[in-house]
Design a protein around this ligand. Structure first.
Ligand code: GLC
Length: 495
């Protein structure tokens, strides 16, 4: 068994360079944890010209004007830049004017598939240029979906990559390609085996990157055990449940962690008052501070509910908006931070106009300070997701003693256990059905419990001591890499 693995990590967003969601956190923290566990890791990601400041991140140019032979017709030039996530852990950036530099946002172009096809070839080409004889190429979500496919086709004879095994991690199965998979006309549906179209060919936009990855990867993983089970069913499988079920023996679930160093209420510089589970009473001072700052009614005893997810259907805003008014009548305060769908944000603004000192909505701010300040000030964290591959914010909230109220779905099932009044066990309040009534019921249970000060403090203390760092998940990934290397070797022996 190889002890020190060479791992290439390919991701479309890596914090602190670029971020739209949890994927960026995983792409930052998991490579670091792997490195700390003695593995050799490098990360590859795009250079979004208008998002990533080369000078601020000290990026250096390593290869200039490299021609990528995407296919017989398309030759695309790229540059490669290098920065570091930590000493000894390089991040390589792929630069190309047309596909990445001129863009203000990470995604959302009408030629998404063309962009990511270029990226995927560029990533594989870089590994060859570096002569990095990787054991594992670990890809994330649809943007990197052609990498496992290319490893079995176009790049199968590459000297550097011939022994590399690919892992494809699903962070959200809804996203399979540039366009919505359900908008692809039936006749144009990608069955996953045909030759890839040229860059300018419109039919390229119908290629299903996630499907190709699932069909080609040596192992597939997703970000919680429960979501692994769910995506093999028609309800959650987003039309790919059959192929996932067929590859069940190669499909694994590993729950995400959070970076325990950067999310620690004991020394978080963003808080008004630092605390840990021994001094949790100081949380109230953070509450007062935030109430003043956001012009809410200042009252230490008033429960605050915090929400810090994207304001979308997935995150349960369909339900939240239905119960906001009766909730606000109960005598509590609500703080919401996140961007998302206009219809929900407009509704939130409307409630703010009506209940000025009771509810605020703040746009997403990449500055971690305000986010953790909300966890430090709030009593209850709400995440009533429709589907949730893992969910990261409930883990951060728990570390700050902010008790989660969640729907029992995906990773929320794995990370939050429902509080049981009789045994006194549990780490939050959860409900089953995706309807506003069930959500309301769960919040009421939490609020009732909140009234009993001692019981609530005991709950906070217990929840803050839960262990959700990356250490164990990173070890599980290493075991998965080792397994992926074995799965294929066995196959070879049989031949
Ligand atoms: C996606 C999922 C979320 C998960 C994150 C990181 O954003 O929606 O549940 O936590 O990826 O894996």
């Amino acid at each position: 068994m190889v002890k020190k693995l060479k791992i290439v990590f390919i991701s479309s967003e890596v914090s602190p360079f670029s971020k739209t969601g949890g994927l960026a956190d995983v792409s930052r923290s998991l490579p670091k944890s792997l490195k700390r566990l003695g593995q050799d890791v490098l990360v590859i990601t795009p250079l979004y010209g208008m998002v990533i400041d080369k000078a601020a991140h000290n990026l250096e140019l390593v290869y200039e004007n490299v021609d990528l032979y995407i296919n017989s017709k398309d030759i695309v030039p790229v540059n490669y830049w290098r920065g570091y996530l930590m000493p000894g852990l390089p991040v390589y950036f792929i630069e190309n004017k047309k596909y990445f530099s001129r863009r203000k946002s990470l995604y959302g172009s009408t030629h998404e598939n063309a962009r990511w096809m270029v990226f995927d070839v560029a990533a594989l080409k870089l590994i060859s240029l570096l002569k990095y004889k990787a054991h594992i190429v670990h890809c994330h979500d649809r943007q990197t979906g052609l990498v496992p496919y290319y490893l079995k086709t176009k790049f199968q004879y590459s000297k550097t990559l011939e022994n590399a095994k690919s892992i494809f991690t699903i962070h959200n199965l809804v996203f399979q390609m540039g366009m919505n998979w359900w908008e692809v006309p039936l006749k144009k549906k990608d069955y996953g085996r045909s030759r890839l179209p040229h860059l300018e060919d419109k039919s390229l936009e119908y290629i299903n990157f996630a499907k190709r990855a699932i069909l080609s990867a040596d192992a597939i993983s997703t970000v919680s055990e429960q979501y692994r089970e769910e995506i093999m069913t028609p309800n959650f499988g987003q039309d790919l449940h059959r192929i996932l079920k067929n590859r069940e023996d190669r499909l694994f679930g590993i729950v995400n962690g959070i970076d325990y160093k950067s999310y620690n209420p004991y020394n978080d510089p963003g808080l008004f008052k630092n605390y840990d589970y021994r001094t949790v009473r100081r949380k109230k001072l953070n509450k007062e501070y935030l109430q003043k700052k956001l012009k809410l009614t200042v009252d230490r005893e008033m429960p605050i509910i915090g929400l810090t997810s994207r304001v979308t259907f997935q995150k349960g805003f369909e339900l939240v908006c239905q119960i906001l008014e009766p909730l606000l009548e109960l005598g509590l305060e609500i703080v919401i931070m996140g961007d998302g769908d206009k219809q929900y944000i407009q509704a939130l603004k409307k409630y703010h106009n009506k209940y000025k000192n009771k509810i605020v909505w703040l746009p997403f701010n990449d500055n971690q300070k305000l986010e953790t300040m909300i966890y430090a000030a709030a009593d209850i964290f709400l995440l009533p997701s429709h589907h949730e591959p893992c969910g990261i914010n409930q883990l951060i909230a728990m570390r700050y003693g902010c008790i989660p109220v969640v729907r029992r779905v995906g990773g929320l099932t794995d990370t939050v256990t429902n509080f049981d009044n009789f045994t006194g066990e549990g780490t939050g309040f959860s409900f089953n059905d995706f309807d506003a009534f069930s959500l309301f019921g769960a919040i009421i249970r939490a609020l009732e419990h909140y009234k009993n000060r001692k019981a609530w403090r005991d709950l906070m203390v217990r929840v803050m001591q839960e262990s959700n760092s990356w250490k164990i998940p990173a070890q599980k990934y290493i075991a998965l890499y080792q397994k992926a290397m074995r799965i294929n070797n066995n196959k070879k022996n049989k031949k």
